[in-house]
Design a protein around this ligand. Structure first.
Ligand code: 0O2
Length: 224
């Protein structure tokens, strides 16, 4: 059960204003921006918990297994901005980094992902501004998921401003692969060998194949 409290955002400046100064992750501006994204994250999670309850009641099984969320760490934000060669200003951060607030929705099967998407599209106040279907076209690494960037209105100094939140929707199999691959690739000091990377890509393909096969059996059962 997720229990969420709304944040009290204090007036520290204007998020849409001239945030053209260099980023300092220890500054009050940085913390202020993170607080705004936290508020956006809370709003979207609350809506997704409702989606989960409605879908689970409708279908009588867990269409959404799990919802997790995080605010990107300052280190990860700066690394991504450097890697993508973005200007290290607050404006650039807000304009370019779409996953400061990130949510992961885990479903049992691929078709559940599309059911969840259909419901998200109907949520009032949630606007999908970008979608990437890595189910139809997995990434070179083998990574597969459905990504959407949504905007949710956050009250900042009495004005509603659209704030971006990334939602990654994966099957349990995709999540198993991505979580382990991410840990092996980025969270240890040892570099993964080319051979092991190639093996992981093949294993992603095998899992994708199994996802399809199990979905087919599950669909057949529905019509019996
Ligand atoms: P972390 O640690 O998960 O935050 P955008 O600017 O939103 O259009 P972006 O974010 O550059 O595009 O790329 P994309 O592909 O939409 O999303 C990137 C995120 O997807 C990554 O975030 C990962 O969470 C996940 N992802 C993408 N490719 C892979 C992969 O090959 N393996 C794994 N395990 N995850 C992947 P970050 O910021 O890289 O990391």
């Amino acid at each position: 059960m997720i229990i969420l409290n709304s944040l009290d955002i204090k007036d520290e400046g204007d998020i849409t204003g001239n945030f053209l100064i260099p980023i300092s992750t220890k500054s009050k501006e940085f913390n202020y921006i993170m607080a705004i994204y936290k508020e956006a994250l809370y709003q979207v999670i609350n809506k997704l918990v409702e989606v989960r309850n409605n879908l689970n009641n409708k279908y009588g099984y867990d269409v959404i297994n799990n919802i997790t969320a995080r605010i990107k760490t300052p280190k990860s934000i700066i690394n991504k901005m450097k890697k993508k060669k973005y200007e290290l200003t607050y404006k650039s951060l807000i304009d370019n980094i779409n996953d400061i607030a990130g949510i992961r929705v885990i479903c049992p099967l691929k078709n559940d992902i599309y059911d969840v998407l259909k419901v998200i599209k109907k949520i009032p106040d949630i606007k999908i501004i970008k979608a990437k279907d890595y189910l139809k076209k997995p990434k070179y690494s083998g990574y597969s998921a459905y990504h959407i960037i949504v905007e949710t209105p956050v009250n900042i100094n009495g004005e509603l401003k659209p704030i971006k939140v990334e939602i990654q929707i994966r099957t349990m199999a995709m999540d198993f692969w991505a979580t382990n691959e991410h840990k092996m690739k980025y969270k240890t000091n040892k570099k993964l060998s080319k051979l092991d990377s190639a093996k992981l890509t093949i294993y992603a393909k095998i899992l994708n194949f199994l996802d399809d096969k199990i979905m087919k059996i599950s669909k057949k059962q529905e019509f019996c």
